[in-house]
Write a protein that binds this ligand. Structure first.
Ligand code: 2NL
Length: 342
């Protein structure tokens, strides 16, 4: 019996030495030390031995069991350690490598210009008012003094939706009506930035989506002098203190009188160059005194209140400022273009 036990002990030790992972280790435990394991069976065999053989065998088998349990625990620790070592090795980090360059994001040139424009007007006391891009016919045209079939509607080629009367705004002006109705009878001074949509041929000079910044001031005693003063200040704050502007008579259905505003050319200072087509002037925006019908639609009594309004395209302003030749670059998603604006 003792000889068998020595053999069994050797067998168990050899099997344990061959164990390489936790699964095999669990199998080994079951085979030798588990409830039906060989060592456990050998302990049980004690009871069937002749009485005089029991002390020697008992001592031996218990010692074997203790030794193998200790060996099992040592093996388990070794396996866990080597698995950990392997994982660490596989996941090794070379802390001496130089860091990866983090590319900082930046604003799109149109967004940047739009924000610069808004910031200038914010400094002059204009609140930024944001409004919906999906509008209805009434707000985009009707309330702006363009009833159905008014010929001025031809100035805006419109994106219609499959829902009757629901359209994409062709200008930010409907937002001005929302603003007037929200603040009336208090005076308002707001700028409205945001995307507008027109069903146009896409060319170097026109796009189907573009930003606009419109401004509106309504109050008691507001005159065209206030409009001119505000706009000359705007041009000087955005383009430099020496800027000059001029007004040319124009037409918009929602203003009366209406004007186009030119600024002396930032490239040649008015002497004439390629950018200003030798005129010395660059057109920067349109404006006028708010039409009495529009004032009334905003809730104001035109006998008491008056106001001015203006509108410009940030992309066009950016084109002048940075000498960009083609408006399609703005939404063309070409990084070679976008990366030039830091
Ligand atoms: C342009 C010209 C303009 C307005 C926008 C406006 C809005 C209301 C009442 C009166 Cl609610 N006027 N907006 C007025 C004149 C010109 O925009 O060339 N924009 C790019």
């Amino acid at each position: 019996m003792l000889a068998q036990l020595v053999e069994l002990e050797k067998e168990a030790q050899a099997a344990l030495d061959a164990v390489a992972d936790e699964r095999a280790l669990a199998g080994w435990y079951g085979a030798f030390l588990g409830r039906k394991g060989k060592i456990t069976e050998a302990v049980k065999a004690l009871g069937s031995l002749p009485r005089e053989d029991r002390p020697a065998y008992g001592q031996r088998v218990n010692e074997a069991k203790r030794l193998l349990e200790a060996a099992h625990e040592a093996r388990r620790a070794a396996i866990v350690q080597s698995a950990q070592d392997e994982a660490l090795l596989a996941d090794r980090v070379d802390v001496t490598l130089p860091g990866r360059l983090v590319l900082p994001g930046r604003l799109h040139p149109a967004t940047r210009t739009l924000r610069e424009i808004c910031a200038v007007f914010a400094d002059m006391g204009f609140q930024v008012y944001r409004s919906r891009h999906v509008e209805n016919d009434e707000f985009n045209f009707g309330l702006l003094n363009m009833p159905p079939h008014h010929p001025a509607r031809d100035m805006w080629s419109t994106f219609y939706t499959t829902r009757p009367g629901v359209i994409l705004r062709t200008h930010t002006s409907p937002g001005q009506v929302h603003a007037m109705r929200e603040y009336c009878p208090e005076p308002v001074r707001v700028v409205l930035p945001g995307m507008c949509y027109r069903y146009e041929q896409i060319t170097a000079r026109s796009e189907i989506m573009f930003n606009q910044v419109e401004g509106l001031a309504v109050g008691v005693g507001i005159t065209m002098t206030d409009l001119k003063g505000t706009l000359v200040d705007f041009a000087r704050r955005l383009f430099g203190v020496e800027r000059k502007i001029r007004f040319r008579a124009s037409y918009f259905p929602f203003t009366e009188p209406s004007a186009e505003v030119d600024m002396d050319c930032i490239l040649c200072g008015g002497r004439g160059c390629r950018v200003c087509k030798n005129s010395g002037w660059l057109e920067i925006l349109g404006c006028g005194m708010v039409h009495p019908v529009v004032l009334r639609n905003g809730g104001y009594d035109p006998a008491v209140f008056s106001g001015f309004a203006f509108g410009m395209g940030p992309e066009r302003i950016a084109m002048l400022k940075y000498g960009i030749q083609d408006i399609r670059y703005f939404w063309g998603n070409d990084l070679r273009f976008l990366e030039q604006f830091g």
